[in-house]
Design a protein around this ligand. Structure first.
Ligand code: MRU
Length: 357
């Protein structure tokens, strides 16, 4: 049976002359789009999590280069390439952990550099074509991740952390994609969403998009996950990733690692869903993944009210690294990857590179 499915609204809408971004900091109260007209505004939107989630910030950076091309006054190929390179380096500095950001910038720049076209408008069209291709491929990847991941699911509950849904990508999402596809096929699923301190992506965003899609969802505080898993009715934990190293160590939203430990201890399968653009074969292990540290204000204040005494320091890493040994399998657009992960991850990247070349 195919249940009707209302996919989440798009986090980024690329029209002919306008790039609009859903301001996710305002969810769930308001679904408000902002128009991005400068590279600085795109950097700010990524840095302040107006758009967030690894694939979505890659897409945003690609369209940031479209904005850079549109505003560049360069009159030669080399001057345009220099403008794009500068904008690309700047956009990459917005957030360090999700590899999709740098991956998307490099891919757009390579696509432009590959052309020896001296015509400036033609080169600018190549920037747009590369960004459009990244968005379309991500949408297709989400659907394929959903198809592969849905084979793992039966009636029952699933637990997820942060938001790795449509609002973190350009369509079905990654961790939520198998849930959407299974739901569409009539599998009776119930999702537990960790609220995800400190910025509450689970409570504000995952719960919002699942509710809109008609998938039953219950929000829990992060420190309730062990209690929920111990009750025995959760068939799987599915999370997304910001960067997966060559050996399978996976960086994702802070709180993912303790969740993996609990799942391991209680015998609950722990899946990481991701497009191959999130696999970074040049990073050998999780120890080499740069972890973003965010402003103390995110921890010291709640709803603009101070909750930590003045003068007390806080530690605010935005991501943690789950060692590969706690991961049951990766769910990618190329299929499921089981241990040992190194060969499977490398093969998946090679298959995608071959398809896109
Ligand atoms: O800080 P955020 O909200 O960008 O963190 C997002 C996550 O950690 C997601 O799980 C990850 O990017 C995968 S999104 C498909």
């Amino acid at each position: 049976m195919n249940a009707p499915l209302q996919l989440p609204v798009e986090p980024l809408i690329a029209e002919e002359a306008t790039i609009r971004i859903l301001d996710q900091t305002r969810l769930p109260e308001t679904a408000h789009y902002i128009t991005v007209t400068t590279v600085e505004a795109m950097w700010e939107a990524i840095h302040s999590l107006r758009i967030r989630g690894a694939p979505a910030i890659g897409i945003a950076a690609a369209y940031g280069l479209v904005v850079a091309a549109g505003t560049s006054t360069a009159s030669s190929r080399s001057a345009l390439l220099a403008d794009l390179q500068r904008a690309g380096d700047y956009l990459k500095s917005a957030r360090p952990t999700a590899v999709n950001l740098a991956w998307a910038v490099d891919r757009v720049l390579q696509h432009v550099e590959a052309s020896f076209e001296p015509d400036i408008p033609a080169l600018k069209r190549r920037v747009r074509a590369a960004a459009d291709a990244i968005l379309a491929e991500d949408r297709a990847a989400g659907r394929a991740i959903g198809e592969h991941g849905a084979t793992l699911l039966r009636d029952g509950a699933v637990l997820t952390h942060c938001n790795a849904g449509g609002l973190a990508t350009s369509g079905y999402g990654t961790a939520l994609a198998p849930i959407y596809v299974a739901h569409q096929r009539g599998v009776q699923l119930h999702v537990y969403a960790d609220e995800t301190r400190p910025l509450l992506q689970g409570a504000r965003i995952t719960a919002w998009e699942l509710q809109r899609a008609g998938v039953p969802v219950t929000v829990i505080a992060d420190n309730m996950a062990a209690t929920v898993l111990a009750r025995g009715d959760v068939q799987a934990v599915i999370v997304g990733a910001d960067r997966v190293a060559a050996n399978g160590d996976a960086a994702n939203k802070i709180g993912t690692f303790p969740l993996a430990l609990v799942a391991h201890a209680l015998g609950v399968p722990f899946y990481v869903a991701l497009p191959t653009s999130t696999i970074d074969l040049s990073t050998a292990t999780g120890a080499d993944i740069p972890i973003e540290e965010r402003a103390p204000h995110e921890l010291t204040h709640f709803n603009e009210r101070r909750i930590v005494p003045e003068g007390v320091p806080v530690f605010n890493p935005a991501f943690d690294v789950t060692p590969a040994r706690y991961i049951t399998a990766f769910i990618t657009e190329r299929g499921l990857i089981y241990p040992s992960f190194d060969t499977g991850l490398a093969d998946a990247v090679a298959a995608t590179t071959e398809k896109n070349s």
